[in-house]
Design a protein around this ligand. Structure first.
Ligand code: SAH
Ligand code: SF4
Length: 366
Protein backbone atom coordinates (compact mmCIF):
# COMPACT_ATOMS: atom_id res chain seq x y z
CA UNK A 1 0.00 0.00 0.00
CA UNK A 2 1.25 3.42 -0.93
CA UNK A 3 0.87 4.82 2.63
CA UNK A 4 3.58 2.60 3.97
CA UNK A 5 6.02 3.14 1.12
CA UNK A 6 9.10 5.30 1.52
CA UNK A 7 9.11 8.27 -0.85
CA UNK A 8 12.65 8.52 -2.22
CA UNK A 9 12.07 12.04 -3.51
CA UNK A 10 13.39 14.55 -1.00
CA UNK A 11 16.06 12.25 0.44
CA UNK A 12 19.60 13.60 0.36
CA UNK A 13 22.32 11.45 -1.17
CA UNK A 14 23.28 10.19 2.29
CA UNK A 15 19.69 9.39 3.19
CA UNK A 16 19.20 7.56 -0.09
CA UNK A 17 22.35 5.54 0.55
CA UNK A 18 21.02 4.62 4.00
CA UNK A 19 17.71 3.55 2.47
CA UNK A 20 19.51 1.39 -0.07
CA UNK A 21 21.62 -0.23 2.65
CA UNK A 22 18.48 -0.77 4.69
CA UNK A 23 17.09 -2.75 1.75
CA UNK A 24 20.14 -5.00 1.78
CA UNK A 25 22.03 -3.45 -1.14
CA UNK A 26 25.45 -1.84 -1.40
CA UNK A 27 25.45 1.90 -0.73
CA UNK A 28 26.94 2.75 -4.13
CA UNK A 29 23.72 1.63 -5.82
CA UNK A 30 22.22 4.83 -4.49
CA UNK A 31 24.26 6.71 -7.09
CA UNK A 32 22.51 4.85 -9.91
CA UNK A 33 19.15 5.29 -8.27
CA UNK A 34 19.80 9.01 -7.88
CA UNK A 35 20.55 9.24 -11.60
CA UNK A 36 17.24 7.58 -12.47
CA UNK A 37 15.23 9.75 -10.11
CA UNK A 38 16.76 13.17 -10.72
CA UNK A 39 18.47 12.95 -14.11
CA UNK A 40 16.06 10.76 -16.00
CA UNK A 41 12.91 11.55 -14.07
CA UNK A 42 11.98 7.89 -13.97
CA UNK A 43 9.15 6.93 -11.61
CA UNK A 44 8.86 3.26 -12.51
CA UNK A 45 11.43 1.04 -10.78
CA UNK A 46 10.96 -1.77 -13.30
CA UNK A 47 12.43 0.48 -16.00
CA UNK A 48 15.67 1.12 -14.11
CA UNK A 49 17.65 -1.27 -16.25
CA UNK A 50 21.04 -0.60 -14.68
CA UNK A 51 19.82 -2.09 -11.40
CA UNK A 52 19.52 -5.81 -10.78
CA UNK A 53 16.02 -7.14 -11.36
CA UNK A 54 15.71 -8.43 -7.80
CA UNK A 55 16.67 -5.03 -6.38
CA UNK A 56 14.13 -3.32 -8.65
CA UNK A 57 11.47 -5.63 -7.25
CA UNK A 58 12.53 -4.89 -3.68
CA UNK A 59 12.37 -1.17 -4.42
CA UNK A 60 8.95 -1.43 -6.04
CA UNK A 61 7.68 -3.29 -3.01
CA UNK A 62 8.82 -0.82 -0.38
CA UNK A 63 9.54 2.54 -2.02
CA UNK A 64 7.98 5.06 -4.33
CA UNK A 65 9.06 8.08 -6.36
CA UNK A 66 6.22 10.45 -5.85
CA UNK A 67 5.60 14.06 -6.86
CA UNK A 68 2.81 16.09 -5.34
CA UNK A 69 -0.47 15.33 -7.08
CA UNK A 70 -1.57 17.87 -9.70
CA UNK A 71 -5.09 19.02 -8.89
CA UNK A 72 -5.35 21.58 -11.71
CA UNK A 73 -2.94 23.14 -14.19
CA UNK A 74 -3.95 26.46 -15.73
CA UNK A 75 -2.34 28.17 -18.69
CA UNK A 76 -2.43 31.96 -18.95
CA UNK A 77 -2.84 33.77 -22.26
CA UNK A 78 0.78 34.94 -21.81
CA UNK A 79 2.15 31.40 -21.45
CA UNK A 80 2.45 31.49 -17.65
CA UNK A 81 1.37 28.21 -16.15
CA UNK A 82 0.07 27.61 -12.66
CA UNK A 83 -0.23 24.26 -10.95
CA UNK A 84 -2.39 23.63 -7.95
CA UNK A 85 -0.70 20.75 -6.19
CA UNK A 86 -1.79 18.55 -3.33
CA UNK A 87 0.27 16.84 -0.65
CA UNK A 88 -0.53 13.41 0.71
CA UNK A 89 -2.52 14.92 3.58
CA UNK A 90 -4.76 16.88 1.20
CA UNK A 91 -3.14 20.29 1.76
CA UNK A 92 -2.73 22.35 -1.38
CA UNK A 93 -0.08 24.72 -2.69
CA UNK A 94 0.81 26.39 -5.97
CA UNK A 95 3.76 26.71 -8.36
CA UNK A 96 4.01 29.06 -11.30
CA UNK A 97 6.13 28.81 -14.44
CA UNK A 98 6.99 32.09 -16.14
CA UNK A 99 8.40 31.79 -19.65
CA UNK A 100 10.66 34.46 -21.07
CA UNK A 101 12.32 34.74 -24.44
CA UNK A 102 15.51 32.85 -23.66
CA UNK A 103 14.73 31.36 -20.28
CA UNK A 104 11.98 30.30 -17.92
CA UNK A 105 11.63 30.53 -14.17
CA UNK A 106 9.68 28.35 -11.82
CA UNK A 107 8.26 30.13 -8.81
CA UNK A 108 8.29 27.59 -6.00
CA UNK A 109 6.28 27.59 -2.75
CA UNK A 110 7.79 26.76 0.63
CA UNK A 111 4.72 26.69 2.89
CA UNK A 112 0.96 26.20 2.71
CA UNK A 113 -0.11 29.75 3.56
CA UNK A 114 2.19 32.06 5.52
CA UNK A 115 2.50 33.07 9.17
CA UNK A 116 3.40 36.59 8.14
CA UNK A 117 0.75 39.07 7.18
CA UNK A 118 2.18 41.52 4.68
CA UNK A 119 -0.59 44.00 4.06
CA UNK A 120 -0.60 43.74 0.25
CA UNK A 121 -0.13 39.98 -0.14
CA UNK A 122 -2.91 37.52 -0.83
CA UNK A 123 -0.98 34.56 0.57
CA UNK A 124 -0.69 36.47 3.84
CA UNK A 125 -4.48 36.33 4.27
CA UNK A 126 -4.31 32.55 4.42
CA UNK A 127 -3.03 31.46 7.80
CA UNK A 128 -0.15 29.00 7.88
CA UNK A 129 -1.37 25.46 7.50
CA UNK A 130 2.02 23.78 7.51
CA UNK A 131 5.54 23.78 6.14
CA UNK A 132 6.14 21.93 2.91
CA UNK A 133 8.50 18.97 3.05
CA UNK A 134 11.72 18.80 1.05
CA UNK A 135 9.96 16.24 -1.18
CA UNK A 136 7.11 18.65 -1.86
CA UNK A 137 9.50 21.50 -2.61
CA UNK A 138 11.79 19.62 -4.98
CA UNK A 139 8.68 17.82 -6.27
CA UNK A 140 7.41 21.14 -7.66
CA UNK A 141 10.49 21.32 -9.88
CA UNK A 142 9.95 17.72 -10.98
CA UNK A 143 6.33 18.39 -11.90
CA UNK A 144 7.46 21.24 -14.14
CA UNK A 145 10.12 19.03 -15.73
CA UNK A 146 7.42 16.40 -16.36
CA UNK A 147 5.19 18.98 -18.01
CA UNK A 148 7.89 20.28 -20.31
CA UNK A 149 9.30 16.80 -20.96
CA UNK A 150 12.78 17.86 -19.86
CA UNK A 151 14.12 14.49 -18.70
CA UNK A 152 17.01 14.50 -19.09
CA UNK A 153 17.22 18.24 -19.22
CA UNK A 154 18.61 19.44 -22.56
CA UNK A 155 21.92 21.35 -22.27
CA UNK A 156 20.63 24.06 -24.63
CA UNK A 157 17.24 25.67 -24.98
CA UNK A 158 15.78 24.44 -21.69
CA UNK A 159 12.31 25.70 -20.80
CA UNK A 160 13.11 25.51 -17.09
CA UNK A 161 16.32 27.43 -16.46
CA UNK A 162 15.73 29.31 -13.21
CA UNK A 163 14.21 28.69 -9.81
CA UNK A 164 12.83 31.45 -7.65
CA UNK A 165 11.73 30.72 -4.10
CA UNK A 166 9.01 33.33 -4.38
CA UNK A 167 5.81 31.34 -4.13
CA UNK A 168 3.61 30.87 -1.09
CA UNK A 169 5.25 31.14 2.29
CA UNK A 170 8.40 32.50 3.89
CA UNK A 171 11.25 30.16 2.87
CA UNK A 172 13.43 31.14 5.83
CA UNK A 173 10.74 29.98 8.25
CA UNK A 174 11.10 26.54 6.70
CA UNK A 175 14.85 26.66 6.20
CA UNK A 176 15.76 23.00 6.70
CA UNK A 177 13.34 21.65 4.11
CA UNK A 178 14.14 24.48 1.68
CA UNK A 179 17.89 23.92 2.07
CA UNK A 180 17.51 20.19 1.54
CA UNK A 181 15.35 20.66 -1.54
CA UNK A 182 17.71 23.22 -3.07
CA UNK A 183 20.76 21.08 -2.35
CA UNK A 184 19.07 18.25 -4.25
CA UNK A 185 18.11 20.62 -7.08
CA UNK A 186 21.71 21.88 -7.37
CA UNK A 187 23.27 18.41 -7.55
CA UNK A 188 25.17 18.26 -10.83
CA UNK A 189 24.31 14.62 -11.48
CA UNK A 190 20.60 15.21 -11.13
CA UNK A 191 18.39 18.24 -11.68
CA UNK A 192 21.60 20.24 -12.09
CA UNK A 193 20.15 23.68 -11.43
CA UNK A 194 23.06 26.07 -11.03
CA UNK A 195 23.07 28.10 -7.81
CA UNK A 196 23.57 31.14 -10.02
CA UNK A 197 20.11 30.51 -11.41
CA UNK A 198 18.38 30.11 -8.09
CA UNK A 199 17.06 33.06 -6.10
CA UNK A 200 15.60 32.92 -2.63
CA UNK A 201 13.30 35.73 -1.58
CA UNK A 202 12.75 36.63 2.05
CA UNK A 203 10.61 39.19 3.79
CA UNK A 204 13.61 39.71 6.08
CA UNK A 205 14.31 36.87 8.52
CA UNK A 206 17.62 38.48 9.45
CA UNK A 207 19.21 35.71 11.58
CA UNK A 208 18.92 33.21 8.71
CA UNK A 209 20.35 35.30 5.90
CA UNK A 210 24.02 34.50 6.48
CA UNK A 211 23.32 30.76 6.34
CA UNK A 212 21.65 31.11 2.95
CA UNK A 213 24.85 32.60 1.55
CA UNK A 214 27.21 30.27 3.32
CA UNK A 215 25.40 26.96 3.00
CA UNK A 216 23.53 27.39 -0.28
CA UNK A 217 25.25 30.22 -2.13
CA UNK A 218 22.10 31.08 -4.04
CA UNK A 219 21.02 34.57 -5.03
CA UNK A 220 19.24 36.63 -2.41
CA UNK A 221 16.16 38.78 -2.88
CA UNK A 222 14.80 40.99 -0.14
CA UNK A 223 11.17 42.10 0.00
CA UNK A 224 11.90 45.66 1.11
CA UNK A 225 8.86 47.63 -0.09
CA UNK A 226 9.40 50.64 2.18
CA UNK A 227 12.25 52.96 3.09
CA UNK A 228 11.34 53.80 6.67
CA UNK A 229 10.42 51.63 9.63
CA UNK A 230 7.11 53.36 10.24
CA UNK A 231 5.75 52.30 6.85
CA UNK A 232 7.56 48.96 6.68
CA UNK A 233 6.08 47.99 10.06
CA UNK A 234 2.67 48.25 8.37
CA UNK A 235 3.47 46.75 4.97
CA UNK A 236 5.87 43.98 6.06
CA UNK A 237 5.13 43.41 9.76
CA UNK A 238 8.22 41.23 10.35
CA UNK A 239 9.99 44.61 10.27
CA UNK A 240 8.91 45.15 13.88
CA UNK A 241 11.15 42.24 14.82
CA UNK A 242 13.97 42.91 12.34
CA UNK A 243 14.00 46.58 11.36
CA UNK A 244 15.50 48.04 8.20
CA UNK A 245 18.98 48.82 9.55
CA UNK A 246 19.46 45.24 10.79
CA UNK A 247 18.17 43.86 7.51
CA UNK A 248 20.52 46.00 5.45
CA UNK A 249 23.46 45.11 7.71
CA UNK A 250 22.77 41.43 6.98
CA UNK A 251 22.71 42.26 3.26
CA UNK A 252 26.02 44.12 3.47
CA UNK A 253 27.53 41.03 5.09
CA UNK A 254 25.90 38.54 2.68
CA UNK A 255 28.54 36.00 1.70
CA UNK A 256 29.27 35.99 -2.00
CA UNK A 257 27.59 39.26 -2.84
CA UNK A 258 29.56 41.17 -5.45
CA UNK A 259 29.00 43.37 -8.42
CA UNK A 260 28.48 40.27 -10.53
CA UNK A 261 26.15 38.79 -7.94
CA UNK A 262 24.00 41.61 -6.70
CA UNK A 263 21.26 41.36 -4.11
CA UNK A 264 17.79 42.04 -5.50
CA UNK A 265 15.54 44.38 -3.57
CA UNK A 266 11.89 43.84 -4.36
CA UNK A 267 9.75 46.92 -4.12
CA UNK A 268 6.01 46.75 -4.74
CA UNK A 269 4.62 49.95 -6.23
CA UNK A 270 1.62 51.08 -4.18
CA UNK A 271 -0.18 54.19 -5.30
CA UNK A 272 0.30 57.11 -2.91
CA UNK A 273 1.95 54.88 -0.30
CA UNK A 274 5.60 54.30 -1.21
CA UNK A 275 5.96 55.59 -4.78
CA UNK A 276 7.04 59.25 -4.52
CA UNK A 277 10.36 60.67 -5.78
CA UNK A 278 11.26 61.25 -2.11
CA UNK A 279 10.80 57.50 -1.53
CA UNK A 280 13.09 56.77 -4.48
CA UNK A 281 15.74 59.09 -3.06
CA UNK A 282 15.42 57.49 0.37
CA UNK A 283 15.86 54.08 -1.24
CA UNK A 284 19.03 55.19 -3.01
CA UNK A 285 20.43 56.38 0.31
CA UNK A 286 19.58 53.10 2.04
CA UNK A 287 21.23 50.97 -0.63
CA UNK A 288 24.48 52.90 -0.50
CA UNK A 289 27.38 50.47 -0.28
CA UNK A 290 25.37 47.37 -1.15
CA UNK A 291 25.81 45.50 -4.44
CA UNK A 292 22.15 45.94 -5.23
CA UNK A 293 19.60 45.98 -7.98
CA UNK A 294 15.97 46.85 -7.54
CA UNK A 295 12.99 44.99 -8.88
CA UNK A 296 9.97 47.24 -9.10
CA UNK A 297 6.80 45.16 -8.90
CA UNK A 298 3.54 46.77 -10.00
CA UNK A 299 1.02 45.87 -7.30
CA UNK A 300 -1.22 42.99 -8.33
CA UNK A 301 -4.73 43.38 -7.03
CA UNK A 302 -6.67 40.58 -5.47
CA UNK A 303 -10.26 40.46 -4.24
CA UNK A 304 -10.51 42.33 -0.95
CA UNK A 305 -7.27 44.32 -1.19
CA UNK A 306 -7.48 48.06 -0.57
CA UNK A 307 -4.25 49.10 -2.26
CA UNK A 308 -3.98 50.39 -5.81
CA UNK A 309 -1.10 50.01 -8.22
CA UNK A 310 0.92 53.16 -8.93
CA UNK A 311 0.39 54.89 -12.28
CA UNK A 312 2.77 53.80 -15.06
CA UNK A 313 4.31 57.31 -15.23
CA UNK A 314 4.95 57.26 -11.48
CA UNK A 315 6.68 53.89 -11.76
CA UNK A 316 8.73 55.13 -14.70
CA UNK A 317 9.86 58.22 -12.81
CA UNK A 318 10.77 56.11 -9.77
CA UNK A 319 12.77 53.72 -11.96
CA UNK A 320 14.55 56.62 -13.69
CA UNK A 321 15.73 58.06 -10.38
CA UNK A 322 17.14 54.69 -9.33
CA UNK A 323 18.72 53.99 -12.71
CA UNK A 324 20.35 57.42 -12.74
CA UNK A 325 21.83 56.68 -9.33
CA UNK A 326 23.43 53.53 -10.78
CA UNK A 327 20.92 50.92 -9.61
CA UNK A 328 19.53 48.74 -12.35
CA UNK A 329 15.78 48.85 -11.71
CA UNK A 330 13.67 46.86 -14.11
CA UNK A 331 9.92 47.00 -13.72
CA UNK A 332 8.61 43.48 -13.42
CA UNK A 333 5.96 42.86 -16.05
CA UNK A 334 2.98 41.29 -14.35
CA UNK A 335 2.53 37.74 -15.62
CA UNK A 336 -0.39 35.39 -15.41
CA UNK A 337 -2.76 37.91 -13.81
CA UNK A 338 -5.70 36.27 -15.62
CA UNK A 339 -5.16 33.04 -13.71
CA UNK A 340 -4.23 34.75 -10.40
CA UNK A 341 -0.65 33.58 -10.81
CA UNK A 342 1.10 36.95 -10.45
CA UNK A 343 3.24 37.96 -7.44
CA UNK A 344 1.28 37.96 -4.24
CA UNK A 345 -1.86 36.47 -5.76
CA UNK A 346 -1.21 32.89 -4.76
CA UNK A 347 -3.49 31.27 -2.31
CA UNK A 348 -4.71 27.69 -2.35
CA UNK A 349 -7.80 27.36 -4.52
CA UNK A 350 -9.41 25.31 -1.78
CA UNK A 351 -9.13 28.33 0.49
CA UNK A 352 -10.52 30.59 -2.22
CA UNK A 353 -13.39 28.24 -2.89
CA UNK A 354 -14.13 28.03 0.78
CA UNK A 355 -14.27 31.82 0.83
CA UNK A 356 -16.57 31.87 -2.16
CA UNK A 357 -18.79 29.26 -0.59
CA UNK A 358 -19.15 31.43 2.48
CA UNK A 359 -20.15 34.33 0.24
CA UNK A 360 -22.64 32.17 -1.64
CA UNK A 361 -24.11 30.90 1.59
CA UNK A 362 -24.41 34.44 2.87
CA UNK A 363 -26.14 35.64 -0.30
CA UNK A 364 -28.58 32.77 -0.29
CA UNK A 365 -29.66 33.79 3.20
CA UNK A 366 -30.39 37.36 2.12
N1 SAH B 1 7.60 35.28 1.47
C1 SAH B 1 8.70 35.62 0.66
C2 SAH B 1 8.59 34.99 -0.69
C3 SAH B 1 7.39 35.47 -1.51
S1 SAH B 1 8.04 36.34 -2.85
C4 SAH B 1 8.83 37.13 0.57
O1 SAH B 1 7.93 37.80 1.02
O2 SAH B 1 9.85 37.58 0.09
C5 SAH B 1 6.76 37.19 -3.51
C6 SAH B 1 7.11 38.63 -3.77
O3 SAH B 1 5.94 39.27 -4.24
C7 SAH B 1 7.51 39.34 -2.49
O4 SAH B 1 8.44 40.36 -2.75
C8 SAH B 1 6.20 39.94 -2.08
O5 SAH B 1 6.39 41.00 -1.19
C9 SAH B 1 5.64 40.36 -3.40
N2 SAH B 1 4.18 40.53 -3.36
C10 SAH B 1 3.30 40.05 -2.46
N3 SAH B 1 2.04 40.43 -2.76
C11 SAH B 1 2.13 41.18 -3.89
C12 SAH B 1 1.14 41.82 -4.70
N4 SAH B 1 -0.15 41.76 -4.41
N5 SAH B 1 1.56 42.48 -5.79
C13 SAH B 1 2.89 42.50 -6.12
N6 SAH B 1 3.84 41.88 -5.39
C14 SAH B 1 3.48 41.24 -4.27
FE1 SF4 C 1 4.27 35.80 3.48
FE2 SF4 C 1 5.93 36.81 1.60
FE3 SF4 C 1 3.27 37.17 1.43
FE4 SF4 C 1 4.67 38.44 3.30
S1 SF4 C 1 4.86 38.70 1.05
S2 SF4 C 1 2.70 37.39 3.62
S3 SF4 C 1 6.20 36.91 3.82
S4 SF4 C 1 4.34 35.23 1.33
Amino acid sequence: MSESKINLVGQTRDELAATVVGLGEKAFRAKQLWHWIYYRGETDFTKMTTLAKSFRETLAGSCEIRRPETVTAQLSTDGTRKWLLRGKDGNEFESVYIPEEDRGALCVSSQVGCTLTCAFCHTGTQKLVRNLSAAEIVGQIMVARDTYAEWPSPPEGRMLTNIVMMGMGEPLYNYDAVAKALTIAMDGEGLAMSRRRITLSTSGVVPMIERVGEELGVGLAISLHATNNELRDVLVPINKKYPIDELLAACRAYPGSSNARRITFEYVMLKGINDSPADARALIKLLHGIHAKVNLIPFNKWPGSDYECSEPETIEKFADLLNNAGYSSPVRTPRGRDIMAACGQLKSASERERGQRVLLDASSVV
